[in-house]
Design a protein around this ligand. Structure first.
Ligand code: FMN
Length: 348
């Protein structure tokens, strides 16, 4: 067992927010694990970007862009930092993140705590530029024009990131998810794309959606995504649902549930979207991935890329190279030469 994995286990004894802060602090020293290696069969082009492998770090781990390069060193093919809001924000009162160990899950209600656009842009400006880094954009809780917050984020980070993610699916900012409604969403994405066209025309815009959508919302999102030629859809954020299977005593806490119980619903939603927009809009599958088998299932279901967060809390950083190695084994088993051939192959 690697020292880093022992560290991850020791962290499990602390309250989750403290453990996370200490992990980020340790990674900042530059002594984090290094597992990057060439895996040509896992290389994939999405939205004009060349990813060295399809496994990314999901938003929320590196909220303040403190350790993007350390996370690339861990072996991730790309890293999404944020969420960032235009102004710094303290987030909700503590405790606001809970481990559901028996369920391999987490509930969080952080509420977009972050250092704000200026500080985060400064960190991204001074980092050594390499790898693929995206930014997860959010809105301030007390903002009068939330749509404008996303435009501000696009402009403020132009030239500093490889993709933008419009995140209107976090459950912890009251009212945010109403931006997923048809006319609000169309207006938001049009304004974001216009800002992007002016500030950083080659930077793709992704949209991250909630797993708790009504059928009508899904149809609207699929329609808008195609009409506006969105560069990718990220499916999905955390869920406000509480499956009956949950056993941990923290299950009734308010917030977004992530990890294993999210795997089935987020993968089902991914498959639905692949049937609607597959081959037109690339999909990024997120939710409950804790093994190469899970990642592969999302790829067969239509994901061009995948991301994870919660499993890293329980498994530690050795999980990343493990998934990457094992993914190649799954390609071999099914006779695929490259990851590209596997995307959506589970739909026939
Ligand atoms: C503690 C925590 C904080 C998160 N913060 C964000 C965030 O700021 N923006 C966002 O889009 N998603 C955020 N997420 C959601 C993740 O990016 C991901 O969509 C979700 O956790 C499902 O993946 P997982 O099951 O692998 O964790 C957060 C998740 C967790 C557990």
């Amino acid at each position: 067992m690697m020292i880093a994995d022992l560290g991850a286990r020791a962290m499990g004894l602390l309250d989750p927010e403290t453990a996370h802060r200490m992990t980020v602090k340790a990674l900042k020293t530059g002594l984090g694990p290094r597992a990057s290696k060439e895996t040509p069969r896992l290389e994939i082009n999405v939205a004009g970007l060349s990813f060295p492998n399809p496994l990314g770090l999901a938003a929320g781990f590196d909220k303040n862009a403190e350790v993007p390069n350390a996370m690339l060193n861990m072996g991730f093919g790309f890293v999404e930092v944020g969420a960032v809001t235009p102004r710094p924000q303290a987030g909700n009162s503590k405790p606001r993140v809970f481990r559901l160990r028996d369920d391999a899950a987490v509930i969080n209600r952080y509420g977009f705590n972050n250092d704000g656009l200026e500080v985060i842009a400064g960190r991204l400006r001074s980092r050594e530029r390499r790898g693929i880094i995206g930014i997860n954009l959010g809105a301030n809780k007390d903002s009068e024009d939330r749509t404008e917050d996303y435009v501000t984020g696009v402009k403020g980070l132009a030239g500093l990131v490889d993709f933008y993610t419009v995140n209107i699916s976090s459950p912890n900012t009251p009212g945010l998810r109403t931006l997923q409604d048809k006319s609000a969403l169309s207006d938001l994405l049009t304004r974001v794309q216009n800002a992007r066209n002016e500030a950083s025309p080659d930077t793709p815009v992704f949209l991250k959606i909630a797993p708790d959508l009504a059928d009508e919302d899904k149809a609207d999102i699929a329609e808008i995504a195609q009409k506006l030629a969105l560069d990718a859809l990220i499916v999905s954020n955390t869920t406000i649902a509480r499956p009956e299977s949950l056993r941990s005593h923290s299950a009734p806490e308010a917030g977004g549930l992530s990890g294993r119980p999210l795997f089935a619903p987020s993968t089902a939603l991914l498959r639905e979207f692949y049937q609607e927009v597959g081959g037109v809009i690339p999909l990024i599958g997120v939710g409950g991935i804790s093994s190469a088998r899970d990642a592969y299932e999302k790829i067969l279901g239509g994901a061009s890329l995948v991301q994870l967060y919660t499993a890293l809390i329980y498994e530690g950083p050795a999980l990343v190279p493990q998934i990457i190695d094992d993914l190649i084994g799954y390609l071999d088993k099914d006779g695929f030469r490259t990851i590209n051939e596997a995307i959506g192959a589970g739909h026939s």
